[in-house]
Design a protein around this ligand. Structure first.
Ligand code: G3P
Ligand code: CA
Length: 300
């Protein structure tokens, strides 16, 4: 588990101190596009994947809060849409794995997110499957999630999940971000990145809000990278698919905002792999166990 009193206390103190300074634990001076750490510290940016999801139920407010307590300001999430048009934060396109939907709605197999209303989803327990202490946690709406991340002064790597299931989700996501105050210059410059496995979706987001930092999830061949550079700033690959040469090829291109493209890799939960991808030169590591990665690579 994550509790290593001395390291955790030190990290929590630093995170708290930087929060008081108005920027939480990383990169206020350099914005979302830099791996230069706070106070001149180096190391890749560490992103708490679905929150601190090794230790709390993924994509819940509890996982976001735990990431904050561990000293991490960047959290990653997944956004999908209910039958009646509410954006909610959940990874799978069914509710079965991470909620008690099968108990509450036994006749609604296969329990697709898109087949349930927001009111029905609000009744579900999204924490009990993970541990008794989290029983009663809900599937947050995107708006609830944004408000919590904002309250915690954290930053968000927002994934538009399976956009092919949800026509128009890009525009709707931007609308909710705007209503929650996440599209002002400060958020856009320092606190928000939008990513997707769908290049079309990333391109749509870039077209609607060219000022936003975006990322494509995947590992395109080097020859194809220039096409991606036209509409995105980052290429975020699964760690098993990359080499140092590939990372260097991405870095060698200017992205949609005229800066060197970056690479944030996922999902790295052990020290050896974290050091390996650090040596490859990645800018960020997306992890379920951010404390483990921080200890391995010295990132924040
Ligand atoms: O942020 C990268 C990662 O979230 C991509 O995979 O399936 O966990 O959304 P997945
Ligand atoms: Ca994700």
């Amino acid at each position: 588990m994550y509790v290593r009193p001395a390291a955790a206390a030190a990290a929590a103190f630093l995170g708290f101190a930087l929060t008081l300074l108005g920027g939480t634990a990383s990169y206020a001076a350099t914005g979302p596009g830099s791996a230069a750490g706070p106070l001149g510290l180096g190391g890749p940016v560490v992103y708490a994947h679905r929150g601190a999801s090794a230790y709390a139920p993924e994509n819940t407010l509890a996982a976001v809060d735990l990431a904050m307590r561990l000293g991490f300001d960047w959290v990653e999430n997944d956004v999908q849409r209910t039958r009646d048009g509410e954006l909610v934060v959940i990874h799978d396109d069914t509710l079965a794995r991470t909620t008690n939907v099968e108990q509450l709605f036994p006749d609604r197999k296969p329990w697709k997110v898109k087949d349930f209303t927001a009111a029905e989803i609000a009744r579900l327990d999204a924490g009990g499957w993970f541990g008794e202490e989290y029983a009663g946690a809900s599937v947050p709406t995107l708006r609830q999630y944004l408000d919590r991340v904002q309250r915690n002064r954290q930053r968000l790597l927002l994934e538009i999940k399976k956009p092919e299931l949800y026509p128009g989700i890009e525009e709707q996501t931007l609308r909710v971000l705007g209503e929650a105050g996440w599209l002002d210059p400060r958020h856009v410059a320092q606190r928000l990145v939008v990513q997707s496995f769908s290049a079309d979706s990333v391109r749509i987001v870039h077209g609607l809000r060219p000022d936003l930092v975006t990322a494509f999830l995947g590992t395109p061949p080097v020859a194809d990278l220039p096409r991606y550079a036209e509409f995105t700033d980052r290429i975020n690959p699964w760690h098993t698919t990359i080499t140092a040469d590939w990372v260097a090829a991405v870095h060698g291109l200017l992205g949609a905002h005229g800066r060197a493209m970056e690479v944030d890799t996922w999902i790295v939960d052990d020290a050896a792999t974290a050091r390996k991808v650090q040596e490859m030169g990645v800018d960020g590591i997306i992890t379920n166990a951010p404390d483990v990665v921080r200890e391995a690579v010295g990132g924040f």
